[in-house]
Ligand binder design. Sequence first.
Ligand SMILES: Nc1ncnc2c1ncn2[C@@H]1O[C@H](COP(=O)(O)OP(=O)(O)OP(=O)(O)O)[C@@H](O)[C@H]1O
Length: 278
Amino acid sequence: MNALPAPESLTSPHVPETVGPVDVIIDQAGKTFQTARGPVRALDPISLKIPRGAFVALIGPSGCGKSTLLRMIAGLEQPDEGGAVLVRSKHPEQFRKEGELGIAFQDPALLPWRSVADNVAFPLQILGRPVKRHQATVQSLIELVGLKGYEQALPGQLSGGMRQRVAIARSLVTDPSVLLLDEPFGALDQILRRAMNVELQRIWAARQTTTLLVTHGIDEAVFLADTVVVMHAKPGRIAEIITVPFARPRLPSLFSSPDFHALCDRLTESLHGEDGSQ
Ligand SMILES: Nc1ncnc2c1ncn2[C@@H]1O[C@H](COP(=O)(O)OP(=O)(O)OP(=O)(O)O)[C@@H](O)[C@H]1O
């Protein structure tokens, strides 16, 4: 693995200056997939810095490259030549393999034959860490996501929302410093989704984990994030970065406030683009 410069020392004309520690640096990272039907340009080269402890939401139309970007930060895809991604000074793949990265995607992908507790503990096993020594952590995460009493249940005995919560507990079990969430609540109904938004804010506030959330929910993005990155498609690119001004902790009543709706309207406009073509 190549030696890489520390994020703070990586100076690129493309990456905006920020104050304080930085967890993720994306420097001119683009992605073109080579397919049997020819190249597919998923992402134009994009640059972004994510400060430590930030909550950033990525929104954009289907196919604008949100998941591709998240997968590059996870080290599951490599940027094209000329682009770079660094997570806490490290190559993303190295960072993930050290258990520093928590990942929860839309499909909870639980192992059906393992109990809730064993699914939550699974990343520890992958990393070769002694599960017994982390039993208290597993239990406290199960409680954190509201599944106390379901420790020995199998995934098939849980609702969709409960399975999502198991996936979130699992993403936190290694005590990651960076959390990547790709539409983790996409399959949930509105009521459960909002309850999970409040829950996620609580978890984030308690742990101060730098979090990137991909979502199609404008209200979800505004409720949870400090910064919303709006993306456009064809090719995938950053259209605008919007700061969310609401104080924390944000209460569920925020969802019905006029200021909240005004910001959601503003984001909807940004998503659709000036010419309404998105
Ligand atoms: N492994 C791959 N091989 C070829 N093309 C891919 C691959 N992964 C993604 N793409 C293409 O890259 C583009 C961006 O896909 P991506 O999944 O990142 O979008 P997205 O914004 O997350 O979409 P959605 O909101 O629908 O999940 C799409 O055109 C997709 O077809």
